[in-house]
Design a protein around this ligand. Structure first.
Ligand code: PMV
Length: 334
């Protein structure tokens, strides 16, 4: 039996909240090298497998909370005021509600994403992480890093990893309240490690990751093999990071992502996030690799590719993919 988010959060709130007048926080976006796919608890976003990601430095979300003078909560996204019943505003306010006890003081929440809109990156991870950090500050909660990560996870699973920069591991945990299901920053550095964003298709995806993973867990027989593979891949990826072995890291991350997609395709109704352009780009990556460039791909619940490589190969990769955006965005260690 699942415990509610509200019940878990309430245990960690002070008796009396002491709201400030303004708080602001930034959190980076992240790309999983070993993916999270499948929940053991849908209410708390508890994962079936552990995962590992790299955060994208200064690409992410900046969120502020201020007192509102006009008597109602207001939500802004990229400087645009949203109506209270928009999907984004509802999600933000429902999350905030978990933390403010009986306090009815209205607030203004502003989120600005600096992720290039053309990059095809989800902003829910950085958005919920930044919101959690801003809430902690605004209400003076003084939560530990583990708590911040666990609470961000309740907004969006991958947000647990966006609390940190660099390489981050999200331990699946085993407790019923999920408080041991939080991320940790790994103490590994890799100067010259790069993630390139390759946008191949636009448009809202029809099935979001929440619905997609649920469908996979419920209908794909292939999913049975996923948790063990993910656990093994995570160990291999960690070793590859320690040894700065791009070939081992790249092939394990690519295999991991394509295995996750195989479970999606094996769902019913089928879940195929790829567009024809995605497949064409995958072939271009493989051709480039055959020609001797150390380049690997990963993909999430969408049609776009993320490329994994090292700075030394950047010019050959830019030549092969002139449309590649911000190839040097992930340089937190340089
Ligand atoms: O945290 P969510 O619900 O946005 O799910 C993320 C799922 C993947 O991006 C496909 C994998 C991952 O680990 O980020």
């Amino acid at each position: 039996m699942s415990i509610s988010k509200q019940e878990v959060v309430s245990r960690y709130l002070p008796e009396v909240l002491q709201p400030g007048t303004r708080a602001e926080a930034f959190a980076p976006s992240n790309i999983a090298l070993c993916k999270y796919w499948g929940k053991r608890d849908v209410e708390l976003n508890l994962p079936i497998n552990s995962s590992l990601s790299i955060s994208l430095g200064d690409l992410g979300s900046l969120t502020s909370i201020t007192e509102s003078e006009i008597g109602v909560d207001q939500v802004y996204l990229n400087d645009e005021a949203l109506s209270a019943d928009s999907r984004f505003a509802k999600k933000v306010l429902a999350f905030l509600e978990l933390f403010r006890r009986e306090l009815r003081q209205p607030v203004i929440v502003r989120t600005t994403n600096n992720i290039p809109t053309a990059a095809g990156l989800a902003s829910s991870a950085s958005g919920f992480a930044a919101l959690t950090l801003a809430i902690n500050d605004f209400y003076g909660l003084e939560l530990s890093d583990n708590c911040l990560s666990a609470f961000a996870r309740m907004g969006s699973g991958s947000a647990s990893r966006s609390i940190y920069q660099g390489f981050v591991e999200w331990n699946k945990g085993s407790s019923v309240d999920g408080m041991d299901s939080c991320a940790q920053q790994l103490d590994y550095k890799w100067p010259g490690f790069r993630i390139g964003l390759l946008k191949v298709a636009i448009g809202e995806k029809k099935v979001d990751s929440r619905a997609g993973m649920q469908r996979t867990v419920e209908s794909a027989a292939l999913y049975g093999a996923w948790p063990q593979q993910a656990e093994n891949d995570l160990v291999t990826i960690k070793r590859a990071i320690v040894d700065r072995d791009l070939q081992l890291l790249g092939q394990t991350a690519e295999h991991n992502a394509l295995s996750m997609h195989a479970t999606m395709i094996a769902s019913w109704p089928p879940l195929l996030y790829w567009q024809p352009e995605s497949v064409a780009a995958m072939h271009r990556v493989w051709e480039l690799r055959e020609s001797g460039v150390s380049i690997y791909l990963t993909m999430d619940a969408g049609p776009n590719l993320k490329l994994i490589y090292q700075q030394a190969d950047e010019s050959r990769i830019r030549d092969a993919f002139p449309e590649l955006l911000d190839v040097d965005i992930v340089a937190p260690f340089d």
